[in-house]
Design a protein around this ligand. Structure first.
Ligand SMILES: O=P(O)(O)OC[C@H]1O[C@H](OP(=O)(O)OP(=O)(O)O)[C@H](O)[C@@H]1O
Ligand SMILES: O=c1cc[nH]c(=O)[nH]1
Length: 215
């Protein structure tokens, strides 16, 4: 996402000296810009709203309930306020995941996902690294559809992120299973931290810990 203000704010987020308050604020500000981009190509269910009863004049409006934001806990919550501010009547789903570095997998500890025809899902996760977390999130949404006897088109899933690992995302797009998923990101790092390859370099640190005041 080539937006100069988003790039500027990503540069600031990379600063390890930031307080959690400033980190969260920057994350929210990036969230507003991301929300604008992520929703710009969604074929939303639009209608006409009569805003003047006397003249019968109408204008276009969006069926906000056709959008489901899905923050991946914890760090995805850092983007949720921005999306909820701009789409205040959207639905929210939640997916709780945590990476298990030793076993090289993610553990799912909760999920709550509304399902329906014509819904658009926006997965929120500031960091997309190996992509295991967004893969798990996509599969959970897919399974929820199957459970309800419906088939999910992955074209209905968008991912909003702040920083991605270039190689991780390239690998993700080679997987036929997730064909149709779009990832929106502000920056892409090519390197991992030499001392701890579970983190990107320069990255934005441990997003969950930094948002919630643990580092
Ligand atoms: O693409 P991946 O390799 O899966 O890594 C990205 C995930 O890792 C972090 O979450 P973490 O598991 O640390 O949990 P947290 O959000 O609770 O900190 C981050 O918030 C992403 O969800
Ligand atoms: O928070 C996170 C998660 C994965 N990789 C990172 O660099 N940061």
């Amino acid at each position: 996402m080539d937006h100069i203000l988003a790039q500027h704010k990503l540069t600031l987020l990379r600063d390890q000296r930031l307080s959690s308050a400033v980190y969260r604020q920057l994350m929210t500000e990036i969230g507003y810009i991301l929300c604008n981009y992520v929703t710009s190509d969604i074929e939303l269910i639009k209608g006409e709203y009569e805003f003047d009863a006397a003249s019968g004049l109408k204008g276009p409006y969006v069926d906000q309930k056709s959008i489901v934001i899905v923050p991946i806990l914890r760090a995805g919550l850092g983007l949720a306020n921005a999306f909820q501010s701009l789409i205040p009547n959207c639905m929210s789903g939640h997916i709780g995941l945590v990476r298990d570095h030793e076993k090289n997998r993610v553990n799912i500890y909760m999920h709550s996902i509304p399902v329906g025809e014509n819904l658009h899902y926006i997965i929120l996760d500031p960091v997309v690294h190996s992509t295991q977390s967004i893969q798990a999130a996509c599969r959970i949404i897919e399974e929820r559809f199957l459970h309800e006897g419906m088939r999910l088109s992955f074209e209905k899933i968008r991912v909003a992120s702040v920083i991605c690992h270039e190689q991780g995302v390239a690998n993700f797009f080679k997987m036929d299973h997730f064909k149709g998923v779009k990832i929106f990101t502000v920056g892409a790092d090519t390197e991992e931290d030499k001392e701890n390859p579970n983190f990107l370099y320069p990255g934005i640190g441990d997003a969950g810990d930094r948002i919630f005041g643990l580092s």
